[in-house]
Ligand binder design. Structure first.
Ligand code: ADP
Ligand code: MG
Length: 319
C-alpha cells in the first residue's frame, strides 16, 4: 500500500464531521472556521534526517527548511501565516547544533512575522514536526480541486534545482563550481511563496505547492479538479545551472519528477489571466505559463507542439 492509499484508507474515513471544518484531509492545509468572520488554515509536516534531508545538512538549513515547507503549504492555500508549533526529536543534546537550528527557524519566522507558540522535545532519531497555522478571508482559500477545463497552468520560479542539488551532494552528477553554492542554497533554503499565495486568492482557481515533484503535484490538482492538462514541456522554467549541466531531455525529466522545489503550481481562468500576471509582477516573483487544462483526465506532454512520451513520477513514501 502506498502513502496516499494509506491516508485515504485508514485516516480519511471517520464518524465525526464538524460544520466548522471547511476542508478536512486532502489539501495542502485544513481550512477551519472558528467563527463567521475568520477562517484558519492548518498544516503539519515532518522532516526525518536521512529521508527529507541528508544527515550532514547544516543545522541552520534544517531549521529554515522545516519552517519553509509548512509555510509553503499555507501559501498554497493563499493563507497568511501566524503561528507555528515545533516538535523535535533529538538523538542527543548538542547545543551548537540546536543554536544553529534555532537561528534557521527564527530567521524565517521573523521575516514572515510568525510566532513559535509551543511544541515538544524528545530523545530519539533526529526528526522534526512543524504545525503551522494562518488566516484566510472567509471563502477565499485556494483549493486543489477548483480548476476547470480551459484554465491556464502556471508555476512560480524555476523547477528541478533541488533534485539536481541532491544528486550533486550524492556524487551522482557533477556541476561547475560556480553553480554549487546556488544549487545547495535552493535545496537547503527554499523560499516559501507566501506573498504570491495571498495575491493569488483573487485570481487562481486551484493551487498546490510542489513538494513531491511537479508531475505528481499536478496530478493531485487534476484528480481533485477532475480535469486533464496539456503540458508544454518547452516552457518549463529551468535554471542556467540545469541547462548547463544536463541534456535538455534529462533537465525536463528532472524538472517534472524531482521534488523539494516548494514553488507554487496554480491555475487561472482565461478572464483572470492578464490581471493575475500584472498583480504577480508586483511581487517580484517570476511565473511561467506551462500549459492549459482540458477535460481529458490525462497529463499530455507536448514538445515543439508534438506529443512526446515522458515517464512521469513523483516522490511518494512507501512506494
Ligand atoms: P503536503 O505534501 O501538501 O504536505 P501530504 O501529501 O503530506 O500533503 O498529505 C496529503 C493530505 O493528507 C493532507 O491533507 C494531510 O493533512 C493529510 N494527511 C497525511 N497524513 C495524515 C494522517 N496520518 N492523518 C490524517 N491526515 C493525514
Ligand atoms: Mg503541499
Amino acid at each position: 500500500m502506498k502513502e496516499f492509499d494509506l491516508i485515504k484508507h485508514y485516516f480519511s474515513e471517520q464518524s465525526v464531521n464538524r460544520k466548522d471544518v471547511i476542508e478536512g484531509i486532502g489539501d495542502d492545509c485544513a481550512i477551519l472556521q472558528p467563527n463567521e468572520k475568520q477562517q484558519l488554515a492548518v498544516t503539519t509536516d515532518t522532516l526525518v534526517a536521512g529521508v527529507h534531508f541528508p544527515i550532514e545538512t547544516l543545522a541552520r538549513a534544517v531549521g529554515h527548511k522545516v519552517i519553509a515547507v509548512s509555510l509553503s503549504d499555507l501559501a498554497a492555500m493563499g493563507a497568511e501565516p501566524a503561528w507555528v508549533s515545533l516538535a523535535i526529536t533529538l538523538p542527543s543534546i548538542d547545543e551548537k547544533w540546536i543554536k544553529d537550528f534555532c537561528s534557521g527557524v527564527f530567521e524565517l519566522c521573523e521575516y514572515f512575522n510568525v510566532q513559535l507558540i509551543g511544541g515538544d522535545t524528545t530523545q530519539g532519531p533526529l526528526s522534526i514536526t512543524v504545525t503551522a497555522q494562518g488566516f484566510t478571508p472567509v471563502g477565499k482559500h485556494i483549493p486543489r480541486g477548483g480548476a476547470n477545463a480551459g484554465d491556464w497552468l502556471y508555476v512560480t520560479g524555476e523547477v528541478g534545482d533541488a533534485a539536481l542539488a541532491l544528486q550533486v551532494i550524492q556524487g551522482k552528477i557533477k556541476v561547475e563550481t560556480i553553480y554549487q553554492e546556488t544549487l545547495q542554497r535552493k535545496l537547503d533554503f527554499p523560499q516559501p511563496r507566501v506573498l504570491v499565495g495571498q495575491v493569488l486568492r483573487d485570481y487562481a482557481s486551484a493551487a498546490i505547492d510542489i513538494s513531491d515533484g511537479l508531475a505528481a503535484d499536478l496530478a493531485h490538482i487534476c484528480v481533485a479538479s477532475n480535469v486533464g492538462v496539456n503540458l508544454i514541456i518547452d516552457n518549463l522554467p529551468l535554471s542556467t545551472a540545469m541547462r548547463d549541466t544536463l541534456s535538455l531531455d534529462s533537465a525536463y525529466k528532472m524538472a517534472l519528477n524531482g521534488g523539494d522545489d516548494y514553488e507554487l503550481l496554480f491555475t487561472v481562468c482565461d478572464d483572470n489571466k492578464v490581471a493575475m500576471e500584472t498583480a504577480i509582477a508586483n511581487t517580484g516573483v517570476n511565473i511561467t505559463c506551462i500549459g492549459q487544462l482540458n477535460s481529458s483526465h490525462k497529463i499530455t506532454t507536448l514538445l515543439n507542439g508534438e506529443h512526446i512520451y515522458i515517464d512521469l513520477q513523483g516522490f511518494e513514501h512507501f512506494s
